[in-house]
Design a protein around this ligand. Structure first.
Ligand SMILES: NC(=O)C1=CN([C@@H]2O[C@H](COP(=O)(O)OP(=O)(O)OC[C@H]3O[C@@H](n4cnc5c(N)ncnc54)[C@H](O)[C@@H]3O)[C@@H](O)[C@H]2O)C=CC1
Ligand SMILES: N[C@@H](CC=O)C(=O)O
Ligand code: NA
Length: 436
């Protein structure tokens, strides 16, 4: 049988990985797919660089629309990124009856509903394993492997750049900017690295996982997004002294009243496997009612690890190309006419425990004032640590770990605590997840 014909849009970090791995493992991949997979055409604005990757045997063009217009192309791989031109090209490819494989989480988290509906109408597939946790087959696990389960929660380290930054800062004492530059050099960071460090990239991925886990539409606009730029080095130290590590987590949790969808730095007990995921590695914990806790670990970024997921999708699409559309795995795991209207909860409804750091005047009675306000709101305390502030006289750091509390309640109490004249600096608060 003639190899399935693939057009590749964008041959940068991931695109070149796809091309190289497909070449290297061609025989094995063909045996698995039951048919050859051939990249017949490549579009990239930088045609000269593209040519150096693919050599002479492949047609290289600057105009991505020439690929979509080619009637011989069965599958279009979109590896340009972003919500702009990539969105138009993906929609045009679908309308032209092409299957699409993409690593573009930003696009799917924001415009997924429109894209999946168009694909469903046109009877084509949109495959996106590389969009969440790169090479880790987490989409496959959630959509197929865990399909018997009622998923209770997902918590993941799903941004390699920020995990790399946090690890290097903690272990080597390197500064933020230097580590970020290194992550960019290694090809982990997004084209706009603020997406990484401000938690946006992780929120894109958490949004996609929440839809697959709970059968709700993708709703990136409802996600709570916080990055690592405001984390203090002393908080990382204090957390360690209390038996915790700070990780940027993407969390999607089922509650009776709706779904929590949030990305923020989080204290995680140091004894949990996920707390020990270092460098650019990713890990996703999934709690299902039947299976219990499962953990998926691996490279979430980089050229060939991400290519591994793109090619897995190519093989899936090749196998299913001839199958009846009704028998395909639904894009978001649930049938499109069976999506749930469970709301994504506002952050004030989220329930977590907390790490609080207060810079206070070193006077008798301050601790009692603070704990009195917390107790008055029904917030119970798990641990307290007092440390010399190390700067200025007569000041000390109070570090308090709390038990679970509604975020709205914590907001109100912290406003009262902050107003105490003995609390001399903005209070630092980091949410804490036991992940048990
Ligand atoms: N780099 C990584 O580790 C990972 C990246 N991704 C996603 O994969 C996608 C691609 O990322 P990278 O390969 O890192 O980006 P990149 O910036 O290295 O590559 C993008 C390529 O697209 C080309 N391009 C830009 N506009 C174009 C246009 N209008 N027509 C044709 N070509 C165009 C650029 O010249 C470049 O070669 C993004 O959606 C990204 O979020 C997903 C997982 C991991
Ligand atoms: N910028 C992302 C790349 C993978 O999705 C990351 O750092 O994880
Ligand atoms: Na993946």
């Amino acid at each position: 049988m003639k190899p399935i014909q693939v057009g590749l849009l964008g041959i940068g970090t991931v695109g070149s990985g796809v091309f190289n791995v497909l070449q290297r493992n061609q025989t094995e991949i063909t045996r698995r797919a039951g048919r050859g997979i051939e990249i017949a055409m490549v579009a990239d604005l930088d045609t000269e660089r593209a040519r150096t990757v693919v050599g002479e045997g492949v047609r290289v063009v600057a105009d991505a629309r020439a690929v979509i217009a080619n009637p011989d192309i069965d599958i279009v791989i979109e590896l340009i990124g972003g919500y702009g031109i990539a969105r138009q090209l993906v929609m045009e490819a679908i309308e032209a009856g092409k299957h699409v494989v993409t690593a573009n989480k930003a696009l799917l988290a924001v415009h997924g509903t429109e894209i999946f509906a168009a694909a469903h109408r046109r009877g084509v597939m949109v495959a996106f394993e590389a969009a969440v946790a790169g090479g880790i087959p987490i989409i496959k696990a959630l959509r197929e492997g865990l399909t018997a389960n009622r998923i209770e929660w997902i918590a993941g380290i799903i941004n390699g750049t920020t995990n790399f930054i946090l690890s290097e800062m903690r272990d080597k004492g390197l500064d933020f900017e230097a580590v970020l530059k290194e992550a960019q050099r290694l090809g982990y960071a997004e084209a706009d690295p603020t997406f990484d460090i401000e938690g946006v990239d992780a929120a894109h991925k958490a949004t996609i996982m929440s839809a697959i886990a709970f059968g709700i539409p993708v709703q990136f606009d409802k996600a709570h997004v916080e990055g690592i730029t405001k984390l203090g080095a002393q908080d990382i130290r204090y957390a360690e002294q209390l038996g915790y590590r700070i990780k940027l987590l993407g969390i999607a949790k089922r509650r009776d009243s709706g779904v929590e969808l949030r990305v923020h730095p989080c204290l995680v007990p140091a004894r949990r496997l996920i707390a020990n995921v270092e460098g650019a590695m990713n890990a996703v914990m999934v709690q299902g009612d039947a299976v219990g806790t499962t953990l998926y670990y691996g490279k979430g970024a980089g050229s060939e690890p991400t290519a591994s997921a793109v090619i897995a999708d190519l093989v899936d699409v090749t196998r299913l190309h001839t199958a009846d559309a009704a028998h395909r795995v639904p894009h978001l795991a649930f049938q499109p006419d069976s999506l749930s209207d469970q709301p994504v909860l506002s952050m004030s409804e989220v329930v977590t425990s907390y790490y609080l750091r207060l810079r206070v005047a070193d006077q008798a009675g301050v601790l009692a004032q603070v704990t009195g306000l917390l107790a008055g709101a029904g917030i119970s305390i798990d641990a307290i640590l007092q440390r010399e502030a190390g700067e200025g006289e007569n000041q000390t750091d109070l570090i308090i770990l709390t038990h679970d509390v509604r975020e709205g309640t914590m907001d109100e109490v912290l406003a009262q605590v902050q107003a105490l004249p003995t609390v001399v600096a903005p209070i630092v608060r980091i949410r804490k997840e036991e992940l048990a």
